[in-house]
Design a protein around this ligand. Structure first.
Ligand code: SF4
Length: 219
């Protein structure tokens, strides 16, 4: 980690001391379901539907016992029907292969239908307290703009962040970058003028040096 990256992480930590998951859940099963529902859906919307889901299907076994058509009316405001199918199928596999307990390894989690590396990292971090950096659209965009990473895909970004950020801060840094992406460093029209990181940001300072600042950012 160089001095600039160290300073960026310090400012992020100071700016977002309360950064934490915005999804509501209380155990690994609920975490898995909520994170699966959150793909391409706002956390606030997921939080609206999960109370009824967790009330009527409170554990892996009850979710594995229904079919996707039963779940879909509960979650249709969160997107595609395939999410219902994946959640039910994942719970059936957890019953069949993992004794009804949500697994706690990357390999096992990503063997579940509809669970990719990002979802698995969130579950490992928030449900099991493991150090993990889940790279979603905000983490990818913000970390590459800032210069914490220099990658064109999420896997390389995750690996670079794991090298730059101390392991004890991986989970927190994931939330710092999401908060910064949502509140300041939006995909379009980031608020660079008021950004506490603008003196350190690779993207901002590169654009400042250009004769004509581009209208749209590359990430
Ligand atoms: S200076 Fe602009 S591009 Fe850089 S992190 Fe801040 S808001 Fe994002």
């Amino acid at each position: 980690m160089n001095d600039t990256q160290q300073a960026i992480l310090r400012i992020l930590a100071e700016t977002y001391p309360d950064a934490k998951p915005e999804l509501n859940f209380s155990n690994p099963y609920e975490t898995l379901v909520a994170v699966m529902l959150s793909a391409q859906c706002m956390d606030k919307q997921v939080n609206k539907v999960t109370p009824a889901v967790f009330r009527d299907f409170p554990d892996v076994a009850s979710m594995a016992a229904i079919d996707a058509d039963t779940l879909y009316p509960y979650v249709k405001s969160c997107g595609f029907k395939s999410k219902s199918q994946n959640i039910v199928s994942a719970c059936r596999m957890i019953m069949d292969k993992f004794g009804g307990r949500v697994p706690d390894t990357m390999e096992a989690l990503t063997s579940l239908p509809g669970v990719g590396r990002k979802t698995a990292n969130v579950v490992l971090s928030t449900a099991f307290g493991r150090p993990a950096i889940a790279v979603d659209t905000h983490v990818f965009r913000v970390s590459n703009r800032l210069g914490l990473a220099d990658a064109d895909n999420v896997l390389d970004t995750e690996m670079q962040l794991r090298r730059v950020i101390p392991e004890r801060d991986w989970s927190a840094a994931h939330h710092w970058l999401i908060f910064h992406g949502r509140r300041v460093c939006a995909a379009r029209n980031p608020k660079c003028g008021g950004c506490p990181l603008n003196g350190l940001c690779k993207d901002y300072n590169t654009r400042k040096e250009m004769p004509h600042e581009p209208d749209a950012l590359s990430l």
